[in-house]
Design a protein around this ligand. Structure first.
Ligand code: GCU
Length: 688
C-alpha cells in the first residue's frame, strides 16, 4: 500500500518555502554518509526519503568521499572525513556519550557545508533526525552549532501488546502492529515505526504486554488461559524475533521481552520456578544464552511479578530481590538488564502505601543489572496523582520511571488530552530527597536507569487512534531526551512538523493541547485530587472509560459527612512516606495544595477552602468548568476548518463531539452521586 502522508506523523517532509529551500540547498546538494553500519544505511535511507520531499530534488548520496563537489552534508565520525575533523574542536566528540552528537554549519575549502558527527553510529542516527527536524520546521541552518546528549541512558517504550492475539491492553488504536505469528516475515510498518521512535531518540522497545498470562476470574486451568505472551520465550518464537530485532537494530533500538516469572515451569520441564532453586537459575541462564546467541544486542526482561494475578517469587515465599536477582544473574554475562516493576497492591487497605512498604526496605539488595520500574504515582496513571514516594527513597537502587502514553484514564484516545503538562508537573516535583538534584526528573540519570512509556500504537492509520494524540508519543520522546525542554517548545515542534507552519494553526492547536489536561482533570475528577471513579465492572480489563463512582467507594471516600481519603498520619500515612517539608505540606490541610487536597484528606462537604468556597461547591464548579473548557477546546478546533486538510479536521472534530458528550456524562454522574450524599445544592445553577 502506498504510504499516505498523514500516516507519517511528524516525519512528513513537506516541501519547504522557496527562501529556505535556497539556503538548505546550498548546503545539501550532496551528502556523504561515512560508515557501512546498519545504522548508517538507515541514515542514508532517511535522507533519500526526506530530501526530495523537503527540497523537491534528490540529494546526491556519495558512496565515497567527494573531493571536488560544492555544498555538502557530511555525516560520520571525525576519523571518517577531513571536513568533519577540521570543523570541530579536538576532542569535542570524545566527550560525548554514544548517543550524543554535534551538528555544525561550516565553511570548508570555500564551500558551505553541514556536518553531523558523533563518536558512534547511534549518535549519527539521532543527529541526522535532529537536522531533519530543523529542516521540517523550516528553521535556519546557516549558523548552527548544536551539541546534544540525552538526559537518560534508557529511553524505552513498553508495548502492552498480546502476542498472537494481536490485541493491545489499554490500546485504543486497533490491533497490535506486531504480527508475531508471521515472523520472521517483516512488515513495512515495523520500519516506519522504528523511524518514528529513532527520530525521538528512543532506544528500547519492550515488545509485549507485562501481563504475559491471564486466567478469567475464578479459573486457573491452562485451557482457559487468555494471554500467551509467555510463549515468546519458546525457542521457535525466539528464532522468529531475530528479524524484528534487525529492523530495530538499524535505528539503534534494542528489543526487550516481558517475561513470565513462571516460565521455567511453563515452558521448561521443571516442576518449580522457585528463584532460589539451582535448576531454575540454570534454566534462566540457558534461556539467556539462547537469546543472546540469536540477538546479541537483546536489551533484557521486563517483569510484572506478584501483581494482578501474575506469578512471582511470592509463590515460594521469596521476596522481590530474590526474584529479580535470579533473572539478573542469567542476563548479567551478556550485559542484559531486568526491569522489575514495583506496581504491587492488594495486601494493604490503602494501595498507595504498599509499593513503598514493599520496596524501600529492599534498597541496596538488588543486583547491579536490575532496575526497579515505578509508575509516576502510587495508584495507577490517574489523571492526576501526587508522585510516588519511592522516588528518592531507594538511593542504592537503579530506578526507572514508568509513564503512560496511552490515555487509559484520560479519554482513551477519543479525548484530545495531552499528557505533556502532566509529565512536566511530575518531572518538576521536588521530593527534597538528598541526591544531586531532588526533582523527580533527577532520579533516573544513572547508566542503568531511565524512563519508559506505555504506548498505544496500533494498526490504525493514525497510529495512535487520534491524530492529536500522536503528540503524546512525540512529547514523551522529546521530554525524556531533554527534560528541560518546556511544554510549549515540544508542542510547537510537533504541530509545526505535523500540520505545517501556519501561525493560526500553531496557536490554536497549542492552546488546545496545553489546556486539555486540566480540562480532563476537572470534568473527570473535580480537580481536588479525587481518583478512580471510573467504570470497571466485575471482569478484569473492563473499560475504565465511563464514570462509575459507586463501583469504588473506597477510593473517593464519599459519605454523608464528607469526601476524600485520609492519607495523613492518622489515616493511611501516605503523606508520611515523603520527606519533610513535603510530608508536612501534604499532612496539613491548610498547606496541602488544593489539587491534591482530597487525595490526602477526608473533609466535610462544607469545609471552606482558602477563598471561602466550600469543598462541595468547588467540586461542582470544577466539574462544570471542565465541561465548558472541553466545549471551548472543541470550538477552537472548529476554527481550523479550511486551514488544515479535511481528513484530519473531520477526524478530530468528530472525536471532540464525543469528548464533550462524555465530559457532560462524567460531570452529571459524579456531581449527582456527590449530591446524593451531601444533599447540598450548588450555586450558579450548578445543581445536579
Ligand atoms: C492498570 C491497567 C492494567 C495493567 C496494570 C499494570 O491496572 O488497567 O491494564 O495491566 O495497570 O500496569 O500492570
Amino acid at each position: 500500500m502506498p504510504r499516505n502522508q498523514y500516516d507519517d506523523c511528524w516525519l512528513r517532509y513537506d516541501r519547504v518555502s522557496d527562501d529556505r529551500r535556497e539556503s538548505y540547498r546550498r548546503r545539501i546538494k550532496h551528502a556523504y554518509v561515512a560508515e557501512e553500519s546498519p545504522e548508517c544505511s538507515a541514515v542514508r535511507d532517511e535522507l533519500r526519503e526526506a530530501i526530495p520531499g523537503l527540497l523537491g530534488e534528490d540529494v546526491h548520496l556519495w558512496q565515497h568521499r567527494p573531493e571536488t563537489v560544492d555544498g555538502f552534508l557530511a555525516i560520520g565520525t571525525p576519523g571518517d572525513m577531513e571536513v568533519i575533523k577540521e570543523s570541530i574542536p579536538d576532542g569535542a566528540v570524545d566527550d560525548l556519550d554514544d548517543d550524543g552528537y554535534l551538528i555544525r554549519s561550516v565553511e570548508y575549502e570555500g564551500q558551505d557545508c553541514l556536518v553531523v558527527t558523533s563518536g558512534a553510529d547511534q549518535g549519527l542516527v539521532y543527529g541526522t533526525f535532529h537536522l531533519l527536524r530543523l529542516l521540517n520546521m523550516g528553521e535556519p541552518i546557516d549558523e548552527i552549532d548544536v551539541r546534544e546528549e540525552p538526559a537518560y541512558a534508557n529511553r524505552v517504550i513498553n508495548h502492552w501488546d498480546n502476542p498472537f492475539r494481536r490485541t493491545v491492553e489499554r490500546g485504543y488504536a486497533g490491533e497490535s502492529i506486531f504480527d508475531f505469528d508471521r515472523l520472521p516475515d517483516l512488515r513495512d510498518r515495523y520500519e516506519d515505526y522504528a523511524r518514528l521512535l529513532a527520530s525521538l531518540g528512543i532506544n528500547g522497545v519492550v515488545l509485549n504486554n507485562v501481563n504475559t498470562e491471564y486466567y478469567p476470574r475464578g479459573s486457573t486451568n491452562e485451557a482457559s488461559q487468555q494471554f500467551d505472551g509467555w510463549r515468546l520465550l519458546e525457542s521457535r518464537r525466539l528464532e522468529d524475533l531475530t528479524s524484528l530485532a534487525s529492523v530495530f537494530r538499524r535505528y539503534g533500538i534494542q528489543i526487550y521481552l516481558s517475561v513470565n516469572f513462571g516460565a521455567p515451569k511453563r515452558i521448561g520441564d521443571l516442576d518449580t520456578f522457585d528463584p532460589l532453586d539451582e535448576d531454575v537459575r540454570q534454566w534462566w541462564r540457558e534461556k539467556a544464552d539462547e537469546i543472546y546467541d540469536l540477538i546479541p544486542d537483546f536489551g533484557g526482561f521486563l517483569v510484572k511479578a506478584d501483581s494482578e494475578g501474575q506469578d512471582g517469587p511470592y509463590n515460594y515465599d521469596r521476596d522481590h530481590v530474590e526474584g529479580a536477582n535470579a533473572l539478573a544473574q542469567a542476563l548479567e554475562p551478556h550485559g542484559g538488564r531486568v526491569w522489575w516493576r514495583a506496581f504491587v497492591y492488594g495486601s494493604h487497605e490503602d494501595r498507595a502505601i504498599q509499593a513503598y512498604d514493599t520496596f524501600e526496605p529492599l534498597d541496596g539488595d538488588f543486583a547491579e543489572n536490575v532496575t526497579v520500574q515505578i509508575k509516576n504515582g502510587p495508584i495507577d496513571f490517574q489523571p492526576r496523582e501526587p508522585v510516588s514516594t519511592l522516588f528518592g527513597a531507594m538511593p542504592e537502587t537503579d530506578l526507572g520511571l514508568e509513564l503512560q502514553i496511552t490515555g487509559e484514564y484520560t479519554g482513551q484516545g477519543v479525548h484530545a488530552t495531552s499528557h505533556l503538562p502532566m509529565w512536566k508537573e511530575i518531572f518538576e516535583f521536588d521530593t527534597h530527597a538528598d541526591r544531586d538534584g531532588s526533582r523527580v526528573q533527577d532520579f533516573f540519570r544513572g547508566d542503568g536507569e531511565g524512563v519508559v512509556g506505555v504506548t498505544s500504537i496500533g494498526e490504525d492509520h493514525t497510529w495512535t487512534g487520534h491524530y492529536l494524540m500522536q503528540s503524546n508519543l512525540y512529547a514523551f520522546g522529546r521530554l525524556i531526551w531533554d527534560p528541560d525542554l518546556d511544554a510549549e517548545t515540544i508542542t510547537d515542534e510537533w504541530i509545526t512538523q505535523t500540520f505545517g507552519a501556519d501561525e493560526a494553526v500553531l496557536d490554536t492547536v497549542r492552546e488546545i493541547l496545553l489546556d486539555s489536561w486540566e480540562a480532563c482533570i476537572d470534568y473527570e475528577t473535580g480537580g481536588l485530587g479525587l481518583i478512580h471513579m471510573m467504570h470497571n465492572g466485575q471482569e478484569y480489563l473492563e473499560n475504565h472509560y465511563y464514570p462509575a463512582p459507586e463501583e469504588w467507594p473506597g477510593y473517593h471516600g464519599a459519605t454523608e459527612e464528607g469526601i476524600g481519603y485520609d492519607r495523613t498520619a492518622t489515616g493511611s500515612g501516605y503523606a508520611q512516606q515523603f520527606r519533610d517539608p513535603v510530608a508536612s505540606r501534604f499532612e496539613d490541610v491548610e498547606t496541602c495544595p488544593e489539587k491534591h487536597l482530597l487525595f490526602f484528606h477526608h473533609l466535610p462537604w462544607d469545609h471552606e477552602l482558602e477563598d471561602g468556597t466550600t469543598v462541595i461547591q468547588r467540586l461542582y464548579d470544577n466539574f462544570y468548568d471542565g465541561v465548558e473548557e472541553a466545549e471551548r477546546l472543541r470550538d477552537l478546533w472548529m476554527t481550523l476548518e479550511g486551514k488544515i486538510d479535511d481528513r484530519r479536521f473531520e477526524h478530530v472534530a468528530t472525536r471532540f463531539d464525543e469528548q464533550v458528550h462524555q465530559a457532560e456524562k462524567w460531570r452529571d454522574v459524579i456531581t449527582g452521586y456527590f449530591y446524593d450524599f451531601a444533599e447540598i445544592e450548588g450555586e450558579k445553577g450548578r445543581v445536579p
